[in-house]
Design a protein around this ligand. Structure first.
Ligand code: ATP
Length: 264
């Protein structure tokens, strides 16, 4: 049994193992386990309050787990301090956009590079050659992502002046600037129109295929999740109720029941 678990771990980029989170009387997560293989797109679904954001907050180290373990590429994530999460390879977008609204698109994307630069106060002040090299490399990477996300025409625009759908692409560029191995997308389709949701689906697949990034996607937009996910994990009241292909999960009786009994 132990040998099987080791083999699964070797093949997985992310292992969530028996994770529980308790807030006073509420079990927001209750013994949740699942794996994400490299280059998979995994959809995480569930009605309101199911525990999806709580799980993302554990993966970002914003919340502590009361039980369980999380491994990223074999490394114990819960022993990693919060400020090193981007450095170890986890990028994230947020439900309510985490952008510097008064800054330009380029500067927002450059902010996402921060964890990949080694310059400090002194070396910056002295304009050491390494600093100049790092700055050039960061700008090259930022422009590469700006082109990838079709943001070239707005590169010098202030983020707050841009339409919501464009701001969402800026946030993706910012998250990708840290060169994550695992990208956590928290309701990326929220607030987008039908056409933008279709484009988002293609974009997430491109991120996986062209940038070699594994994706964990929390989303209420079922047709998006079901059309692009290799695997879907369903939560309800903090428990995992189903895991499998999109078709398997969609037809799972507990999933059908959870959604029939909720507002979604
Ligand atoms: P939604 O789809 O509405 O975003 P969700 O699946 O992301 O829901 P969570 O936000 O993870 O669900 O919430 C799971 C449970 O934990 C809920 O009962 C919620 O009220 C509770 N919860 C989440 N964060 C906290 C917190 N910081 N303090 C207390 N309770 C919390």
């Amino acid at each position: 049994m132990e040998e099987t678990q080791t083999v699964i771990r070797d093949r997985s980029l992310l292992v969530v193992d028996d994770v529980s989170v308790r807030f006073r009387g509420i079990m927001a997560l209750n013994g949740v386990s699942f794996d994400v293989a490299p280059r998979q797109i995994v959809g995480l679904i569930g009605p309101n309050g199911a525990g999806k954001t709580t799980l993302f907050n554990c993966l970002s180290r914003l919340y502590d787990c009361s039980r369980g373990q999380i491994f990223l590429d074999g490394q114990a994530l819960l022993a990693t301090p919060r400020h090193r999460i981007a450095e170890v390879g986890i990028g994230r977008t947020f439900q309510n956009l985490a952008l510097f609204r008064t800054m330009t698109v380029l500067d927002n994307v450059l902010m996402g590079r921060h964890c990949r630069t080694r310059s400090g106060f002194l070396s910056d002040g002295l304009r050491m050659p390494r600093v100049a090299r790092e700055e050039r490399a960061s700008k090259d990477k930022a422009f590469e992502l700006i082109a990838f996300l079709d943001l070239e025409t707005v590169v010098d625009r202030c983020v707050s002046d841009l339409p919501f759908g464009t701001q969402k692409r800026v946030e993706l560029a910012r998250a990708l600037a840290s060169e994550p191995r695992l990208l956590l997308l928290d309701e990326p389709a929220c607030g987008l129109n039908h056409e933008e949701v279709n484009e988002l689906g293609d974009l997430i697949q491109d991120i996986r295929d062209r940038l070699d990034v594994t994706v964990l996607l929390v989303e209420h937009h079922m047709s998006l999740v079901m059309s692009i996910s290799d695997k879907v994990v369903a939560l309800n009241f903090g428990r995992k109720i189903a895991e499998g292909t999109p078709t398997e999960v969609q037809q799972h009786p507990e999933v059908v029941q959870a959604y029939l009994g909720s507002s979604h």
